[in-house]
Write a protein that binds this ligand. Structure first.
Ligand code: ATP
Ligand code: MG
Length: 598
């Protein structure tokens, strides 16, 4: 420690917003270079290499081969997949001296696809899996939480290439298994969450989330232990309601009732319920008009705009992100005034099922009836107060399935604590987490966009099935620190600690320092990593404080007892299990304790 490039800080850095960022800086593992950009110091780099080492071992263990791509890449491949635009402000773009466009890669699907296309041409070459551990760049809107959301960060990204979908499924399962081993070895808790595909577009995908309060992701947990990303949640089929005693529907005057609140007040004032109870927002069905911005497809040469109506219970809010996930790759937005004008059958504030979907198609005079999708919480047979398509009018006792139909169901509303879980195992609860990894069945998206084909057994050129698999290596390091620390400092799991033993010599007498140095060589001979605090004229108090801050799992002290009794004290980082051991046996005792930690 007298020569280690290290300065521990007594004070918390002013802008550290989470414990891991605070402690990693105070303990001299990282320094801030710019918002979301970090410098690795010797101790931090040691931990990083250990995390990388475990990732590497497990990923090589499933047969993937390591390569390394540059971070600085030309625009063209990203143009071909539309990601040059799709990433928006999230990528760092730059020009070279000749004016050519470049980017700092946010992820590398394009480059891996092109590399395999460049070198492979036959089904006999497949399957193959490649990976790298490499620096990525994303111009995050809000870098935060130290290494958790950086603008420069380290990712392990792996890609599988297989001749068919079955091969993809196997590669996906292999990778998923490796992730479980990696996170277990790293000492981070994880929840595997069903995800929907983001801008990558694909099929099956799962995220590995570290359940931490500092996380920005919310996931829903079922009593069965299964978990879902909020966007991926599906509502289990709701039971039909018996409507045999529901009276016929009836249009009634409800003046000035454009909002659900006003409608409920009018209904209670003018048409009290027969059972004496109050009408509530849950008795109303609101119909929201959205615009779906479709991308071009087989039928449409150009992107096109579709007006769609969504029916949802009046006591629930629409969740535009969840709704949008179901129209992917299309995007959605609320319909504009212009959209509404093109549909004279819509009476703003009073839009009802009769002007939508199947009902509208049966009517004369509606030029282009809007598709009508029903939120999955609306049961068939249930009765509603809903718009009558006339100013100041609503229909009462409109029964879904009896009086009106939809064109299908959709997940439209915000999910709530207590909603039934997709697998029917009980009510959902919500937790916060940090995404530490993701596994993704890409399918044919990139091979089609970039023309990656091989000849199959019949000599026919076929696109290659791809999967991609990311782990946020620097982020996961922060999550380990977040999960393993106390108020005095870091407390690393042995597998990633910068050393296994933090040895200090205290006092002024040479004997303690001599005994400590002897122990250092014995430990190093056994291949045990040791941080040795040999600083003269530094008080024991300061040395203890630093040991607790740095967070090495075992602490050994050569001092007064060494001189008096020839013993060295061994204790755990948290101060527990303190013992005095004869100096000659200390190395063995430490080796035993380390073995027990693993
Ligand atoms: P997020 O939703 O947190 O922005 P993402 O889903 O965009 O992440 P991916 O494209 O799936 O991220 O990247 C793979 C992994 O890289 C993520 O699972 C995460 O662990 C890590 N990662 C992504 N963005 C960052 C970042 N800004 N800083 C550190 N690690 C990141
Ligand atoms: Mg992700």
């Amino acid at each position: 420690m007298s020569s280690l490039f290290l300065r521990t800080l007594r004070e918390d850095p002013a802008d550290a917003d989470v414990d891991s960022a605070r402690l990693l800086q105070r303990a001299g593992y990282i320094r801030k270079a710019a918002p979301g950009v970090w410098t690795w110091l010797p101790l931090g780099l040691r931990v990083l290499k250990k995390v990388e080492g475990i990732v590497r071992e497990e990923i090589e263990g499933i047969g993937a081969q390591e390569v390394h791509f540059p971070a600085l890449l030309p625009r063209e491949p990203y143009e071909a997949t539309h990601r040059w635009e799709e990433y928006g402000d999230n990528i760092f773009r730059l020009k070279d001296r000749h004016g050519a466009d470049y980017l700092l890669a946010p992820t590398h699907e394009e480059m891996f696809t092109l590399l395999v296309k460049d070198l492979y041409s036959s089904y006999k070459d497949l399957p193959v899996s490649l990976y790298q551990i490499q620096t990525k760049y994303r111009d995050e809107f809000r870098p935060r939480a130290g290494l958790v959301r950086g603008r420069e960060f380290i990712m392990k990204d792996a890609y599988s290439f297989t001749i068919d979908e079955e091969g993809l499924r196997k590669a996906y399962q292999d990778e998923r298994g490796a992730y479980e081993r990696i996170f277990r070895r790293l000492g981070v808790d994880y929840v595997i969450v069903h995800a929907v595909s983001g801008p990558m577009g694909g099929s099956e995908s799962e995220e590995f989330l570290a359940p931490l309060a500092i996380g920005e992701d919310t996931f829903a947990l079922a009593p069965s232990g299964k978990a879902w990303n909020v966007e991926a949640l599906t509502t289990p089929a709701v039971q039909d309601v018996d409507h045999s005693s529901t009276p016929a529907m009836e249009a009634r005057e409800t003046p000035d009732s454009k909002t659900i609140e006003a409608l409920v007040a009018q209904a209670n004032a003018l048409y009290p319920r027969s059972d004496g109870a109050e009408w509530t927002a849950a008795d109303t069905l609101k119909n929201l008009i959205i615009a779906v911005k479709h991308v071009e497809d087989e039928e449409h040469e150009k992107p096109w705009r579709e007006i769609v109506a969504i029916g949802l219970p009046g006591d629930r809010q629409v969740d535009m992100k969840r709704l949008e996930a179901q129209f992917a790759p299309a995007e959605i937005e609320e319909a504009t005034e212009e959209d509404l004008k093109a549909h004279p059958e819509f009476v703003k504030g009073y839009i009802g099922p009769m002007a939508l979907g199947p009902q509208a198609r049966e009517k004369e005079g509606i030029a282009e009836p809007a598709r009508y999708l029903m939120d999955a919480h609306v049961a068939r047979g249930s009765a509603w107060i809903t718009g009558a398509d006339q100013e100041g009018m609503h229909i009462f006792n409109a029964v879904y399935g009896r009086d009106f139909e939809s064109d299908g169901t959709v997940e439209a509303v915000e999910v709530r604590q207590g909603d039934m879980s997709p697998d029917g195992s009980g009510p959902l609860s919500f937790q916060r987490g940090v995404e530490i990894g993701q596994v993704f069945q890409l399918g044919l998206k990139y091979s089609n966009a970039l023309g990656l084909k091989v000849l199959d057994q019949n000599g026919k050129a076929v696109p290659v099935w791809m999967g991609c698999y990311g782990i946020g290596v620097s982020r996961v390091l922060a999550c380990i620190a977040e999960a393993h620390h106390d108020e005095r400092g870091l407390a690393w799991p042995a597998a990633v600690a910068p050393a296994q033993v933090h040895l200090m010599a205290t006092g002024k007498k040479a004997e303690a320092f001599d005994a400590a140095e002897q122990l250092v060589s014995e430990l190093e001979e056994r291949g045990i990593e040791v941080i040795y605090d040999d600083r003269p004229k530094v008080s024991p108090g300061v040395k203890f404080k630093d040991a607790e801050l740095l967070g090495v799992p075992l602490v050994a002290i050569a001092g007064r007892d060494t001189i008096a009794n020839g013993t060295i004290e061994i204790r755990n980082r948290d101060g527990s299990d303190s013992v005095q051991v004869p100096a000659a046996e200390t190395a063995q005792t430490l080796a035993d304790r380390i073995a027990a930690l693993r």
